[in-house]
Design a protein around this ligand. Sequence first.
Ligand code: SF4
Length: 425
Amino acid sequence: MARVALIKLFTGLNLAPAQLSGELLRAGHKSKIIYFKNYEDHLVGEAGNYEVADFSGRLYSIDGRELIWNCYKPFSDTEYELLINELRDFAPDVIGFSLYSGIIKESAQVTRKLREHFDVPIIWGGAGPTLEPELCIPHADLVCINEGEEVIVDLANRVDAGLPWDDIEGTWVKAADGTIIKHKNRPNIPLNNIAIPDWKRGNYVHINADQVKRGRFPQNLGREYPIMTQRGCPFSCSFCIESRYQEMFGKKDSLRRRSVDVVLEELRWAKQFLDIETILFYDDVFTVNPQWLREFLPRYKEEIGLPFWCYTYPTTHNVELLKSLKAAGCISITMGVQSGSERILRDYYNRPTKMTRVIEAGREIVEAGLTGFFDLITSNEFDREEDLRATFEFLLEFPKELKCVAFGEMISFPTYSYSLMSEQN
Ligand code: SF4
């Protein structure tokens, strides 16, 4: 049995540590999940008092305040000490970091600190290392490219058996002499085989504000159970990581959905063992594959019966589908709109959609009796006055019942096709 510590810098939804921990436990290993530090939003005028992660941005709240998101207070000596003590108690054989591109420098900082105390392999995985392994491998011993379920178990098995771990498919490895070994990617994993994620409170530690809290999720993981029935997306928006994954690993077969039986098995487990009240389906677009939904929704209502939330897309639902979601327990739904300008949607976002259809899709949400939310990106650099006017006109026509909780500006993550357009602009 290997002991694997999974570190997630900053709070926020992250299914990966729970999933990887579930895989490790199922394979007979031991794991501990440590959330280190909180993200905070602060008014623009106050953000200078904080550190700000890369690829952060401005958020315009509905009451007109301008906020900077992904701020944090610097890592204190006490917080480092708490982290090191937690790890010492656990005595890890492997340490894993789950990260995106915005926190490479912070992850490097914590990794450096941990190397002073622990002589074990350190693996980085997640969206950041997958998109920019060359920036990550200088800091880690291994970088996991793409999905990590099989990689983390393979690594734990080898460490446990005292075998070399420098030839694991789906990783880049830094050899002792500093040479980088780039192994071939693994194919996307079959989702029906993934483990039930580890949401047992006893395996969680949360360190922030010079305090350690054990057996407690970070505050944003309360009585709501997050789950994905699918990975991938049928669309390829230029500003979204899904389009980048499709370019890197192939679009064909990238959209995978777990079987109805497997999803319900996980939800039955969650309902029985966790104190949950609501299900959050974090599928990129839950309202695709009507045949799957026809099988799933009645069984969900009968076997789980908890209220739920999910995402939709303007062209993937109709009012009948939305009514069947509501009948199964859906109480609210979020639809991506992103711009009221067809020019921006078509020429820059790669999501050509007629605004008449977006408005109709909003009305269908209201007609179905669901509480609706919508996402809108503001402040993109390609907007002309005519685009801003189009968005303004769109908002006047869009049903007022749908709410937008905040307006965020466009953030260009490295290597996305939107970012390449932005660089050329
Ligand atoms: S529909 Fe949503 S998840 Fe899919 S590519 Fe577009 S932004 Fe990404």
